[in-house]
Design a protein around this ligand. Structure first.
Ligand SMILES: Cc1cc2nc3c(=O)[nH]c(=O)nc-3n(C[C@H](O)[C@H](O)[C@H](O)COP(=O)(O)O)c2cc1C
Length: 192
C-alpha cells in the first residue's frame, strides 16, 4: 500500500493511542480537572513532568495561580471521567460536582487527587513556556500516589490488574491488550 505524504497535520492523531492524563489544580478555593493527551515525563533527576495546556482552558490560569498541579492516570473502566472533564469547562460548572467525581486529599500540594486514579503525581510548577498555541507547564514531582496492586514488582503497570485508559482520537478510547508482554532486551554493546 502506498504511503500518503501531506503538509496538513490534521488533528495530530498519527502517534496515538496514548494514555490521557487528568490534570487537577486548586487555587483560592477554586478547583478544576481537565483531560490532557499531551503530557510527558521530562527528567528523572530532578523528577520533572510536562503537560501542554492551551491558554483557552480554565485550568491554564489556575495552574499559573496555584503554581502546582496534579497528574492523574485512570483505568479504561473510568474513561467516561476523562471524556467528561475533557469536553466540559469549569467556566460553565463545577465538574467535580456535576459528574460526581470522587476525590482524595493530596499530601504535598492543594490540587485534589482522583479517587479512581491508579497513579498520580503531585507537582510543583517549576517552569512554563509557550510553544505555539499551547503552554508547556513543567512540574517537579513531589509526591507519587500508586495503587500497589496495579504494578508488578518491577514497577511496571500489571495489565492483568489495571488497563490504562488510552485515547485514539475522535472521542475514541481503548484499553491495552491483555496479551502477555514480550520482553526484548535489545542491548548489543553494553548493559544500561
Ligand atoms: C482526550 C482528550 C485529550 C485532551 N488533551 C488536551 C491537552 O493535551 N491539552 C489541552 O490544552 N487540552 C486538551 N483537551 C481539552 C481539555 O481537556 C478541555 O478543553 C477541558 O474542557 C478544559 O477544561 P477547563 O476549561 O475546565 O480547564 C483534551 C480533551 C480530551 C477529551
Amino acid at each position: 500500500m502506498p504511503k500518503i505524504h501531506e503538509i496538513s497535520i490534521g488533528r495530530l492523531y498519527h502517534y496515538y493511542p496514548t494514555t490521557v492524563a487528568v490534570i487537577t489544580v486548586k487555587a483560592k478555593e477554586k478547583s478544576t480537572a481537565m483531560a490532557a493527551a499531551w503530557h510527558s515525563a521530562l527528567s528523572y533527576d530532578p523528577p520533572l513532568y510536562g503537560v501542554l495546556v492551551s491558554p483557552k482552558r480554565f485550568s491554564h490560569n489556575l495552574i499559573l495561580e496555584a503554581k502546582e498541579f496534579a497528574v492523574n492516570f485512570l483505568p479504561f473502566e473510568k474513561a467516561e471521567i476523562i471524556a467528561q472533564v475533557g469536553r466540559n469547562s469549569t467556566k460553565e460548572a463545577d465538574k467535580f460536582q456535576e459528574f460526581s467525581i470522587e476525590l482524595e486529599k493530596p499530601l504535598a500540594i492543594s490540587a485534589p487527587i482522583l479517587k479512581d486514579a491508579y497513579a498520580a503525581y503531585e507537582c510543583h510548577l517549576v517552569d512554563h513556556r509557550d510553544y505555539g498555541d499551547h503552554t508547556l507547564f513543567v512540574g517537579e514531582i513531589v509526591m507519587v500516589h500508586r495503587l500497589e496492586e496495579a504494578f508488578s514488582p518491577e514497577g511496571v503497570p500489571d495489565l492483568s490488574r489495571v488497563r490504562p485508559a488510552m485515547y485514539l482520537g475522535a472521542n475514541l478510547y481503548v484499553a491495552p491488550s491483555r496479551e502477555e508482554p514480550v520482553r526484548l532486551v535489545g542491548t548489543v554493546h553494553k548493559e544500561y
